[in-house]
Design a protein around this ligand. Structure first.
Ligand SMILES: C[S@@+](CC[C@H](N)C(=O)[O-])C[C@H]1O[C@@H](n2cnc3c(N)ncnc32)[C@H](O)[C@@H]1O
Length: 245
């Protein structure tokens, strides 16, 4: 990226994070399947059926989520998993996820701060993530939910060290990112298993909010990759979890 567009992008995103914090203060919850879900001002507001990703991971496994935000994906993953480890670089996201899980009485989750995989240990059958999609790095850890140069490459470069052979990496990214993801997957030792649409029909209020948050035109997909290995010990769910969206 040349310096002029980078300066422009950086200015735009600083303004965007202030603007969305203002919106989050005005509308403090996201509506998830008819239930209010608290979202702090500096945290990513789930508006696009983010939890659908969980339909494509197997049940009863040890799961790592990188970039948990408000905890929406963590919550749905916890309901079908043995244990979920949820990490985020943002201190506000960690606080938000802990509060939302406590409010729902969810106990099979460990939540802690980590820049990508820096503080992660252990072994998992599944890594899941809804990473930031815009290729820009700002200094503030609470301003990384829409923009990061690091997380997507790290998912493919680093998750293999924490996944069992044949383990899954399920991420949600725009349809237009497919080629870039395939290249990163090849370099990281992953194969694409399947892709799935993420968006479902939204009611008028959510459509309006999506517009206000400028989250339009991305056509997000769920991409399920498998770590290349000798033994494929897990596979994506053949039967979906029955989540309604
Ligand atoms: C698009 S938001 C998704 C949040 C939540 N999972 C959801 O689906 O609503 C991306 C999340 O990744 C986190 N993130 C960005 N860069 C990160 C990094 N280097 N390490 C860990 N988490 C990071 C952000 O703070 C943010 O919470």
């Amino acid at each position: 990226m040349s310096s002029i567009p980078e300066a422009f992008m950086s200015g735009f995103f600083r303004g965007y994070y202030r603007y969305t914090a203002f919106l989050n203060r005005l509308v403090r919850t996201a509506d998830i399947n008819g239930r209010p879900f608290r979202v702090l001002p500096s945290v990513c507001k789930p508006l696009g059926n983010e939890q659908v990703i969980v339909d494509y991971i197997p049940s009863g496994k040890n799961v790592l989520e990188v970039g948990c935000g408000s905890g929406i994906i963590t919550l749905y993953a916890a309901m079908k998993s043995k244990h979920v480890t949820a990490v985020d670089v943002s201190p506000d996201a960690i606080e938000n996820t802990r509060a939302n899980l406590a409010a729902q009485g969810i106990e099979n989750v460990t939540v802690f701060a980590s820049d990508c995989f820096e503080s992660v240990s252990g072994e998992y059958e599944v890594v899941i993530s809804n990473p930031p999609w815009m290729d820009l790095e700002l200094d503030d850890p609470n301003r990384q939910w829409a923009s990061s140069t690091k997380l997507i490459p790290s998912l493919f470069r680093d998750s293999g060290r924490f996944l069992v052979d044949g383990g899954l990496l399920a991420i949600t990214c725009p349809a237009a990112a497919k080629q870039k993801l395939l290249e990163l997957a090849q370099q990281g030792g992953f194969s694409l298993v399947s892709t799935h649409p993420r968006e479902k029909r939204k009611d008028l209020r959510v459509r309006l909010l999506t517009l206000l948050y400028l989250q339009v035109g991305f056509h997000p997909l769920v991409y399920v990759f498998q770590k290349d290995g000798t033994a494929a010990v897990v596979g994506p769910d053949q039967q979906h979890s029955g989540t309604t969206h």
